[in-house]
Design a binder for this molecule. Structure first.
Ligand code: NAP
Length: 483
């Protein structure tokens, strides 16, 4: 990208500026160059978007599931047709390496495809009545207008995981993407427009989070708010939903444990742990954040993981061969530095990395070396707070019970991983972990057809799978008395 571009927001099928003309700058976290300006929308634009979504609702809800499915398939096709353009934009605004960005675009599109198919399977029920003169029906109906607030770490997938099932169910939606990554979101809206998704069914507004969220929460026409982001903001959303009794889905933070048992295939465990830990420079909610290794295999596992890390090149995501891009911003980088410094000051050792990185090509962004820490103890910050960076802390354990107990010792409950070749141990440990997702010998379990979501302070509700569309449906019972 050369000169910064200017984008509009998408409301009611039209591309618009902010009412008061304000803009937000979008930067490349690898080069710190300004990429674009987008509208700084607020209360007025949020109200317009809810108006548009409300006006579009009756026709969209009443269209047949087959009609909605056909349009969603066209949206899926447009996204895949423009996969490269969307991926390059994502790498420039978010930082992830281009191959990862391509994978995310395909993953994001797969939610639209899956829910296009799932739209046709929103079944009701007929219940046997107590008397011969009655018939009892249960039907499922769209919740209504949905407000969606999404984070920067998966700028495409966190939107389609919500918009796919919402639109399939017959809801209309207003999306507020993260301030750092609006360009991918606006490209998804362009693809929806190209696909012929009717005006007002999908609206995307960029701007001040608190003001936009405040309008979405206050407006009684918005019947559901779906949020992915930090647990702290998720709690605010939950409180805010009470006044108009909205349905909510919350996909929040995580602090994923990995357990490597003594009978694990250590090469597989190291490879899959590295995938889980270092994807997106460690900025995923399901990233390995605490790695418990049986004491008898600790050193062997450490060596294998260190070898994997040594092969990871840090740099600008558009450069060939880069595996670790920059962190999203200065505060993200500061958090990683603080956690590593605190751990090292208290006795941990950075076996690999442990510093900010300065990749070739005079990139000025927020780079941190992929890092392996040993000698970590449970009371260190890194073992309790989400890291959101490329740091892998190892901690030894002795018994299975101890490993599962330490893994469960967290306010979070999103994803956990375990490595073993013993099926009994795998089942017992998987069942004992208080987590919504468990990867057994698998560091990348997320997929469109499976339910994704957390226990405890990691959130409420599920995205993906047949469960994902339930979040956008009401249940109506109809009792019919026969004459
Ligand atoms: P965040 O600060 O909570 O922001 C997420 C979204 O909420 C952004 O669109 C943000 O807008 C908006 N927001 C910020 N303050 C708000 C407020 N007071 N009211 C309403 N909306 C508000 O989280 P983040 O740093 O972008 O994302 C990282 C977090 O997301 C991590 O905790 C990660 O674990 C979590 N995450 C969870 C999942 C999951 O599925 N469980 C998936 C991905 C990420 P602005 O950008 O404009 O501030």
């Amino acid at each position: 990208m050369g000169e910064p571009i200017t984008k509009g927001i998408y409301i009611g099928g039209e591309w618009k500026e902010a009412v008061r003309g304000g803009t937000i700058d979008v930067f490349n976290p690898a080069t710190l160059e300004k990429l674009a300006t987008v509208p700084d929308a607020g209360d007025d634009e949020a109200a317009q978007a809810v108006d548009a979504a409300s006006s579009a609702l009756p026709a969209w809800r009443e269209a047949s599931a087959y009609e909605r499915a056909a349009l969603l398939m066209r949206w899926y096709e447009q996204i895949m047709l423009h996969q490269e353009e969307i991926a390059r934009t994502m790498t420039m605004e978010q930082g992830k390496p281009l191959p990862e960005a391509r994978t995310e675009v395909a993953y994001a599109a797969s939610f639209i495809q899956w829910y296009a198919e799932e739209a046709k399977r929103v079944y009701g029920e007929i219940i046997p009545a107590t008397t011969a003169g009655k018939r009892l029906f249960v039907i499922r109906q769209a919740v209504g207008v949905v407000g969606a607030i999404t984070p920067w770490n998966f700028p495409a997938a966190m939107i389609t995981r919500k918009a796919g099932p919402a639109l399939a169910a017959g809801c209309t939606i207003v999306v507020k993407p993260a301030e750092q990554t609006p360009l991918t979101a606006l490209l998804l809206a362009e693809m929806a427009e190209k696909a012929g998704i009717p005006a007002g069914v999908l609206n995307v507004i960029t701007g001040d989070a608190k003001t936009i969220a405040g309008r979405l929460m206050a407006d009684g026409r918005v019947r559901k708010v779906t949020f992915t982001g930090s647990t702290e903001v998720g709690k605010e959303i939950m409180r805010g939903a009470a006044d108009t009794m909205k349905k909510i889905s919350l996909e929040l933070g995580g602090h994923a444990p990995v357990i490597v048992f003594d009978d694990a295939d250590l090469e597989l465990a190291a490879e899959q742990t590295a995938i889980s830990k270092f994807r997106n420079a460690g900025q995923t909610c399901v990233c390995a954040n605490r790695i418990y290794v049986h004491e008898s295999v600790h050193d062997a596992f450490e060596r294998r993981l260190a070898d994997k890390i040594a092969g990871l090149r840090v740099g600008y995501g558009l450069d060939e061969g880069v595996a670790i891009g920059p962190l999203i911003d200065e505060s993200g980088l500061d958090k990683v530095k603080r956690q590593v410094e605190e751990a090292v000051a208290r006795g941990a050792k950075a076996v690999v990395g442990g510093r900010t990185a300065e990749p070739e090509g005079s990139r000025r962004g927020f780079f941190y070396e992929p890092t392996l820490l040993t000698g970590v103890t449970p009371d260190m910050q890194i073992m309790r707070e989400e890291t959101f960076g490329p740091v892998a802390p190892l901690i030894p354990f002795r018994t299975d019970e101890e490993a599962v107990r330490m893994a469960n010792d967290s306010v979070y409950g999103l994803a956990a991983y375990l490595f073993t070749t013993n099926v009994n141990r795998a089942v017992r440990a998987a069942e004992g972990l208080e987590y919504g997702i468990v990867g057994v010998n698998d560091g990348a379990p997320s997929t469109a057809q499976a339910p994704f979501g957390g226990f405890k302070e990691s959130g409420l509700g599920r995205e993906g799978g047949r469960q994902g569309i339930e979040e956008y449906l009401e249940t109506k019972y109809i009792s019919l008395g026969l004459g």
